[in-house]
Design a protein around this ligand. Sequence first.
Ligand code: SF4
Length: 81
Amino acid sequence: MAGVLRRRLLSVAASSIVAGSAARASGEQQKVSQAEAQYQDRPKNGLSCATCALFRPPAACAVVSGIISPNGWCRFFDLPD
Ligand code: SF4
């Protein structure tokens, strides 16, 4: 399941990178928007950002932009290996 999620994430991230070439040229780091990630500020099915391999404490994510709650969740949730 983690492999499928990673492939989906890479696909979306690649699309975002192509679409955001102007921002990349200015040095801005490319991340998926919270809307595109279907981010919510509460857990889903007992899963939350605090246990996701992509969470970057205290309130960031490696792939989703903006402030990320440890209690949040998005469709790219990925359990650590
Ligand atoms: S579930 Fe993981 S990938 Fe999604 S916003 Fe939270 S830390 Fe980032």
